[in-house]
Ligand binder design. Structure first.
Ligand SMILES: [Zn+2]
Length: 286
């Protein structure tokens, strides 16, 4: 090789080497200014995703059931309304939208007032037991027909529609507790008869025990003459807490401690009835 050629090659080598060094150095410089690489490369992050969103387990936790919803209807209102309404859906037979109710023979307390007071106490007791509760009315100054009251329970798909009333009889010696439900032949909602009947049974027994009412004075009346029961699409029952036409019972119904016993009896009855309902549901499952 000629000397000149050697020198040219050396020069070329130096140039190429220099360029290579420059490129390498530039590349290193760029790397040092890059933000730190993520600890988890994207592939790892993707494979880590199931940790954040657990795969469905073979036996998933059941969704908790919402608390039972009870619609309480404090019977009557300050002003009755004799305007007729059909006694049941599509019925030709008519009945007053809502009657005046009775009043205490000794105390003079109007039934609508007693019904509301006890209903508000029952609401508080049920709320403290974890129920959801809706009242059809919270004041006496309303205009609500019996059909309209049932419509509230229907719209909310209540677990039970409990209507609070007090009784009256021409004979002042008549006293005791009563519950009222539809008959098995009800032309509007007879499919609900078993649950209405068991609700009426449970409330009658529990209320009777709570207020110390002897068995002979506990009455269960099946009838299809109650508009509010006929329009109901959920288990429904009327509770007659006692006779305001009986002087002794009228005084008891005006007593706060006695009212509290009524409330505990009704709440215990609902507890028992619902326990029985869920038992029969479980038995129906494979
Ligand atoms: Zn009444």
């Amino acid at each position: 090789m000629k000397r000149k050629t050697k020198q040219t090659l050396l020069a070329l080598t130096l140039i190429v080497g220099g360029v290579a060094l420059f490129v390498l150095s530039a590349s290193l410089h760029q790397k040092m200014n890059e933000p730190p690489a993520p600890t988890h490369p994207p592939q790892q992050a993707a494979s880590a995703a199931p940790v954040l969103t657990p795969a469905p387990s073979p036996s998933p936790e059941p969704t908790p059931e919402p608390a039972p919803l009870i619609v309480i209807d404090p019977g009557h209102q300050a002003q009755g309304d004799s305007t007729p309404e059909p006694i049941g859906p599509g019925a030709s037979e008519m009945k007053a939208r809502v009657t005046d109710g009775t009043q205490g023979v000794v105390t003079g307390i109007p039934e609508y007032e007693l019904n509301l007071t006890v209903s508000l106490m029952l609401r508080d007791e049920l709320l403290s037991r974890g129920y959801r509760v809706v009242l059809t009315r919270e004041t006496n100054e309303v205009s609500l027909s019996n059909a309209e009251r049932a419509a509230i329970a229907n719209a909310l798909q209540a677990d039970a529609f409990v209507r609070i009333h007090a009784n009256a009889d021409e004979d002042p010696s008549v006293r005791g507790v009563m519950t009222i439900c539809i008959t098995p032949q009800n032309p509007y909602n007879s499919a609900l008869y078993p649950s209405c009947r068991s609700l009426a049974d449970a409330l009658l027994q529990s209320l009777g025990e709570a207020v110390g009412c002897e068995e002979g004075r506990r009455t269960l009346w099946e009838t299809d003459t109650m508009s509010g029961l006929n329009y109901s699409l959920v288990p429904a029952c009327i509770v007659e807490m006692g006779y305001m036409s009986n002087p002794e019972e009228d005084l008891l119904l005006a007593d706060d401690a006695y009212r509290h016993q009524i409330v505990l009896g009704l709440a215990d009855g609902l507890d028992a009835w619902l326990a029985g309902q869920s038992e029969s549901t479980t038995q129906g499952r494979p």
